[in-house]
Design a protein around this ligand. Structure first.
Ligand code: G16
Ligand code: MG
Length: 222
C-alpha cells in the first residue's frame, strides 16, 4: 500500500529551477562559457559542485582552475542564487501543488522532501510549507547526488517505511533515475521523452491528480 509521496523541490514545488539556471548562466557568462536552456537540463537535480564541473567541461575549461578557485566560483553562483530566492513568497508555489498536498493529507499519506539543494529549507520556509512535510532530508548529510538513490532512500528511512511503498515526484532526468534506483514509483513532471523512465508523466503540476496517481501505483504493484 502507498504510504508516502516524496517530492523534489526545484521545478516541482516551485520554479527555483529557473533561478538555478539564471545564476549558473551569469557565472557562465563571466567565464566565457555560453549557456543554453538545453544544456541546463543536464544540470537539474545535480549538486552544486558537480554542476560546476559539468559547466567547465562543457566550455572546455575543466583543467583551468584549482580546487580552491572552483570553490570560489561555486560560492559566487550560490550568492547570486540566494539573492534570487530572497524574493520568494507563498505565491511562488507552482499551480496545483497546494491542492495536491491537501489531497495527499486527506488520504492519510505522508509527505517527504528530497532535494539535494543546501538552500532547500530556506525555500520551503519562504513558501510557508515547512509544516506540511513529515520529513525533510538535509542535503548536507547526503554523500551522493541524484541519480544516486541515496536521498530518496534516506527520506523513506526517516519516515520508517519501505521504499516500495513510496512515490517520488521529479522534473529532472537524474531525479527520475534516482527514484527508480530507489525502487519507488516515479511521477515525472515535464517532457515525456526526457523523463521516459518515469511510471507516469505529466506536462505540468496543474495536471497532478492524487486519485489517478494512486490508481497507477496500485496497478503497477499488482
Ligand atoms: C537542486 C537543483 C540543482 C542544484 C542542486 C544544488 O536539486 O535541481 O540545479 O544544483 O539542487 O543546489 P544548491 O546549490 O542550492 O545546494 P533538487 O534536488 O531540489 O532538484
Ligand atoms: Mg528538480
Amino acid at each position: 500500500p502507498l504510504k508516502a509521496i516524496i517530492f523534489d523541490l526545484d521545478g516541482v514545488i516551485t520554479d527555483t529551477a529557473e533561478y538555478h539556471f539564471l545564476a549558473w548562466k551569469a557565472l557562465g557568462e563571466e567565464l566565457g562559457i555560453p549557456f543554453t536552456r538545453e544544456f541546463n537540463e543536464e544540470l537539474k537535480g545535480i549538486s552544486r559542485m558537480e554542476s560546476l564541473e559539468k559547466i567547465l567541461a562543457f566550455g572546455g575549461k575543466q583543467n583551468k582552475f584549482t580546487n580552491q578557485e572552483k570553490e570560489t566560483l561555486a560560492a559566487r553562483k550560490n550568492s547570486h542564487y540566494r539573492r534570487l530566492i530572497e524574493e520568494i513568497t507563498p505565491n511562488d508555489i507552482l499551480p496545483g501543488i497546494r491542492e495536491f498536498i491537501t489531497a495527499i493529507k486527506q488520504n492519510g499519506i505522508k509527505i517527504g522532501l528530497a532535494s539535494v539543494s543546501k538552500n532547500a529549507f530556506t525555500v520551503i520556509n519562504r513558501l510557508g510549507l515547512v509544516s506540511e512535510f513529515d520529513t525533510i532530508v538535509d542535503a548536507a548529510t547526503i554523500q551522493n547526488g541524484k541519480p544516486d538513490p541515496e536521498i530518496f532512500l534516506r527520506a523513506a528511512e526517516q519516515l520508517g517505511i519501505n521504499p516500495g511503498t513510496c512515490i517520488g515526484i521529479e522534473d529532472a532526468e537524474a531525479g527520475v533515475a534516482a527514484i527508480k534506483a530507489a525502487g519507488m514509483f516515479a511521477v515525472g513532471i515535464g517532457d515525456e521523452n526526457r523523463l521516459a523512465q518515469a511510471d507516469l508523466i505529466y506536462h505540468s503540476t496543474t495536471e497532478l491528480r492524487f486519485d489517478e496517481i494512486l490508481n497507477a501505483f496500485v496497478a503497477k504493484s499488482n
